[in-house]
Design a binder for this molecule. Structure first.
Ligand SMILES: NC(=O)c1ccc[n+]([C@@H]2O[C@H](COP(=O)([O-])OP(=O)(O)OC[C@H]3O[C@@H](n4cnc5c(N)ncnc54)[C@H](OP(=O)(O)O)[C@@H]3O)[C@@H](O)[C@H]2O)c1
Length: 298
């Protein structure tokens, strides 16, 4: 029997439970992945808490990111074979030993990408890629990244730098050395953010990997138009200011995996816990200050 983490009611980490999972066969266009590592993302605990409305069929299973090997292949799937190493960007449901998933949401894992790196690419890595793709960042840009030391923000920083852009990143002081190590100019976000950014020169674009009012106000004061700003977390402030929620290109997972394979994108890993300790992983992620990606080992 296979196991999974599930929740039978909406709530915090306390509603997660370790449960039996029925072993099913992949249907047409699907593959079954034997998960090795799962990446924890804020959307996992947001969906479990019912932030997107009580629209899930319960019990629900969290999880948008995992890596493992193909265990079974359904009809109509030609790109994957049993034993292939893969990266799976599920739309919920990855906190389990055996994951059945639409093959279109899966990429091959190149030999140069470790399982730890791979599990950090779906959701946060691809969001970082999509922010930079959305803004069309080039070597003519100076980009401001809010939440630059987080999983989304640090991916955006590295991808922008690989394109030749100059990058200013906001972070807590304890993350400033990390930001310098990936090529960004660090600034603190709490006091005098706009003045601190202005002191570094003119910015041409803004990518927000936090959300909230501060980054929206900064965009209004620092950019000539909201069209040069984008957010990974749309809320009432960004909507009111006309700042779009990032659009995700269909090939975002493939492109992000390519950047990881060439070493242009390196995921910072904070901690790896056993899958059965998913509630602890939720609690760490909910601080919004974990020093990198939290992983769950199956
Ligand atoms: N649109 C998408 O496809 C997509 C995909 C993934 C994630 N997201 C969203 O993107 C956001 C970030 O996700 P993540 O995985 O990067 O999370 P994370 O790794 O936990 O990073 C959170 C970041 O937020 C910063 N932060 C926390 N509180 C802050 C505050 N009060 N003011 C300014 N910065 C603050 C932290 O900076 P310090 O620790 O340096 O203080 C940290 O860099 C979440 O809202 C998530 O839901 C969207």
């Amino acid at each position: 029997m296979s196991k999974r983490i599930e929740f039978a009611e909406y709530g915090g980490p306390e509603v997660l439970r370790w449960a039996e999972d029925l072993l099913a066969e992949p249907g047409h266009g699907q593959i079954r992945v034997r998960n090795e590592l799962i990446g924890v993302n804020p959307i996992d605990w947001k969906m479990t808490a019912g932030h997107f409305g009580d629209t899930l069929t319960l019990p629900g299973v969290p999880g948008w990111a995992s890596t493992g090997t193909v265990d079974a292949v359904g009809e109509g799937v030609n790109d994957f074979s049993v034993g292939d190493a893969v990266i799976a960007g599920a739309r919920g449901g990855s906190y389990r030993e055996l994951l059945i998933i639409d093959a279109r949401l899966v990429a091959h894992r190149p030999p140069t990408v470790s399982t730890e790196q791979a599990a950090g690419l779906p959701s946060s890595g691809v969001a970082g890629y999509s922010l930079i793709h959305h803004l069309g960042i080039t070597d003519a840009d100076t980009l401001l990244v809010h939440g630059a030391a987080g999983s989304v923000g640090s991916a955006a920083v590295q991808i922008a730098i690989a394109r030749g852009a100059r990058v200013i990143g906001t972070a807590s002081p304890e993350n400033h050395d990390y930001l310098r190590s990936i090529g960004a100019i660090p600034i603190y976000y709490k006091n005098g953010l706009v003045e601190a950014v202005k002191a570094t020169g003119i910015i041409t674009a803004s990518a927000d990997a936090v959300g909230g009012q501060r980054s929206v106000q900064a965009a209004a004061e620092l950019l000539p138009s909201p069209s040069r700003a984008v957010t990974a977390w749309g809320d009432e402030f960004s909507y009111a200011a006309g700042i779009p929620w990032v659009e995700h290109p269909a090939d975002e997972l493939e492109r992000t995996v390519e950047l990881a394979a060439t070493g242009e994108l390196i995921v910072r890993i904070a901690q790896t816990l056993p899958l059965v300790e998913a509630a602890t992983a939720f609690t760490l992620s909910m601080t919004a200050h974990a020093p990198g990606k939290i992983l769950l080992r199956v």
